[in-house]
Design a protein around this ligand. Structure first.
Ligand code: SAM
Ligand code: SF4
Length: 469
């Protein structure tokens, strides 16, 4: 596989990389200065086994996360637009040979209806997801563009979707240019596994069976002008330490090539998907404890990169991972095209196959329940998309993130969008907890910031919506 030196990674995962306590403390000290760690340093942390050291890694990860992002956590909802797919990825319910799956590609009208449902619940950010195929003889890119245009066009009262991120198959530079001009935020693509032999075993048919076409997709996206790129590995296919160093090696390549790493990292774990036997018994299942370590080490290794956690994880696990570095979470997700409806709870009890889902979820809470839980854990739920709209993307974002300037903007926008959510969508109990949180956080603001927040709140009270800094 291009860019991934397997021998280098394997050599780093031997006893020779193990460190003494002085070296361990020196690496943590460097991380707490918000400096990016080398591959060797990251490997050393991944190899640590002593519980008291792991605890120290967790504390450092929390420190780094709060130093850069403050207390805000960004919320988004995935929108599965189609489960048609030409590939056979052994772990995925959408794989082409899953004859039992109810196949569906949403029409423009169906996409509008799904977006309306999400807007009425208070969602503002969408991750559009689909298999690699398009309906009715359409080219893949044309189907994606049609879907994105539709999502941005829908409005419910004063509410519109502010940012559409996309997780789709790799494209050519020309098609990425079209995707960019449709106004997407992040283009997301997971390499799944960075281990070449495993990659080839897991992706047996279709264009996705070429690992190089996939690992070079961020390069083409970047060449097309998309500078917010999300990468990830699917944990459970191969050794978790190898995958984490694979991800970091991929980031090294991006930094060398484009001068800036990915905007986000995702670390999905394989969830059971009906019709995909392998997903019920992943070959390298990762334990909860090791998974927490992965998130914490990534937080320390690449401090300025957002870490995303989806509803694949349970509510308890997601709450824990927030303190270890996660900065964005999905909420109230459905993983089947057309899955958002008022019968969601009933639909959640259907099998994946009946519902046409990709995999089953670990967290079925509503957005209101997730907002309540974030507030209870003292995190500010944020519906902000300001950076992308103010063109603070790619290198421009990193320039603000590195001196810590972004934190002030993130907190201000989180407090503005939280009040907007509370005023317009929250249940009475969540409103009460949320307004109290705002009072608490307002006390921490400098006088000029407090003045600004009050101004935005007056605007909100007079009916203005969607302001940001
Ligand atoms: N089809 C496109 C692709 O594969 O890149 C994009 C959409 S695919 C639905 C999004 C991601 O879902 C995949 O990259 C994979 O990591 C993840 N996924 C697939 N099967 C899964 C499973 N059983 N459990 C958890 N995540 C899974
Ligand atoms: Fe298709 Fe993506 Fe699922 Fe593979 S992971 S079968 S490409 S939808």
């Amino acid at each position: 596989m291009k860019y991934i030196d397997q021998e280098r990674i394997n050599n780093l995962l031997t006893d020779a990389t193990k460190i003494d306590s002085d070296r361990f403390e020196a690496i943590l000290k460097k991380a707490k200065l918000l400096q990016r760690l080398t591959l060797e340093e990251s490997a050393a942390l991944l190899l640590v086994k002593e519980p008291e050291y792991i605890q120290k890694i967790f504390i450092a990860a929390n420190f780094v996360k709060e130093s850069i992002y403050g207390k805000r956590v960004v919320l988004f909802a995935p929108l599965y637009i189609s489960n048609l797919c030409v590939n056979t990825c052994l772990y995925c319910g959408f794989k082409s040979d899953n004859a039992q799956l109810k196949r569906k590609a949403l029409s423009t009208a169906e996409i509008s209806q799904q977006v309306q449902w999400l807007l009425k619940r208070g969602h503002k950010r969408i991750l559009a997801v689909c298999g690699e195929a398009a309906p009715d003889g359409l080219k893949n890119i044309d189907y994606y563009l049609q879907a994105i245009k539709t999502i941005y066009q829908v409005s419910v009262g004063k509410n519109k979707i502010k940012r559409v991120n996309v997780n789709c198959a790799p494209l050519s530079v020309d098609d990425f240019k079209k995707l960019k001009s449709s106004g997407i935020g992040t283009f997301q693509i997971f390499q799944e596994t960075y281990h070449d032999q495993t990659y080839r075993k897991m992706h047996i048919r279709g264009p996705k069976s070429d690992p190089d076409n996939r690992i070079t997709a961020p390069d083409r996206a970047f060449a097309a002008g998309i500078d917010d790129i999300g990468i990830g590995a699917l944990y459970g296919l191969y050794d978790w330490r190898f995958e984490t160093l694979g991800l970091l090696t991929h980031i090294e390549h991006m930094e060398e090539e484009f001068g800036v790493g990915p905007h986000t990292i995702s670390v999905p774990r394989i969830e059971p998907a009906e019709g995909a036997e392998l997903s019920f018994n992943p070959p390298y299942k990762i334990s909860d404890e090791d998974f927490k370590k992965v998130v914490a080490v990534l937080r320390l290794a690449v401090p300025y990169t957002g870490i995303i956690m989806s509803t694949r994880e349970s509510a308890v696990m997601r709450d824990t991972l927030l303190s270890l570095g996660v900065s964005q979470v999905s909420a109230e997700s459905a993983t089947s095209p057309g899955g958002y409806s008022d019968n969601r709870k009933t639909e959640a009890s259907l099998t994946n196959r009946q519902a046409g889902s990709q995999f089953s979820l670990g967290d079925n809470r509503t957005i209101d329940e997730i907002v309540a839980s974030l507030i209870a854990h003292d995190y500010i739920p944020s519906f902000c998309a300001a950076c992308y709209r103010r063109k603070r993307t790619g290198e421009a974002f990193m320039k603000l993130a590195k001196p810590g300037t972004i934190k002030g903007k993130c907190s201000m926008n989180a407090l503005i969008t939280l009040k907007e959510y509370l005023d317009d969508f929250a249940t009475a109990a969540v409103k009460e907890a949320g307004y109290k949180m705002i009072e608490r956080y307002a006390l921490k603001l400098a006088p000029a910031e407090l003045k600004m927040l009050k101004m935005f709140y007056e605007h909100l009270d007079s009916g203005v919506r969607d302001e940001y800094v």
